[in-house]
Design a binder for this molecule. Structure first.
Ligand SMILES: [Fe+2]
Length: 156
């Protein structure tokens, strides 16, 4: 049992949506001209309406949560960071092959936890603590759910 991540007992995404989401995350990389800062590192996109509806109908979330497909590619390492918007946690369902390792750090930059998230299972992970992702050999694609907060402790 870790304070940084936990497996969620949520319904798995229907298999007929897997390839559709992977293809969407890969094709949508052309929506911005190449070469913009961050362009080859991280993208996230809205879901097709029917998959958004599946998520809202089947997952234990309310209207404040955002459902997205995200793709990291073109780098082997996502540098240590704290997620934006005062997010506390994110729920991820990895669609690309397992392999990338998520690590968390304490205030002295010592690694305090690491995990390789398996494919096709929901996990909750803590993102308000410094973390990075290594072993991104090609890309990491995930169905991701989070509740944006504009500031920590906000009412949102
Ligand atoms: Fe992050």
């Amino acid at each position: 049992m870790s304070i940084y991540y936990s497996k969620l007992d949520w319904p798995t995404l229907p298999v007929q949506y897997h390839q559709e989401l992977i293809a969407l995350s890969q094709s949508a990389t052309t929506i911005r001209p190449p070469g913009q800062p961050g362009d080859n590192i991280y993208h996230h996109y809205r879901l097709p309406e029917h998959i958004e509806k599946w998520g809202r109908d089947h997952l234990p979330i309310d209207d404040r949560y955002h459902l997205r497909i995200e793709r990291f590619f073109g780098v082997s390492w996502i540098m240590p960071h704290i997620d934006r918007n005062g997010r506390i946690e994110t729920c991820n369902y990895v669609l690309s092959p397992s392999g990338p390792t998520t690590r968390w750090f304490d205030k002295d930059k010592k690694i305090v936890e690491s995990v390789v998230f398996p494919q096709h299972q929901w996990y909750r992970l803590k993102v308000d603590v410094m973390h990075d992702v290594i072993n991104l050999s090609t890309e990491r694609i995930a169905f991701t759910i989070h509740r944006p907060l504009h500031k920590l402790g906000g009412a949102g």
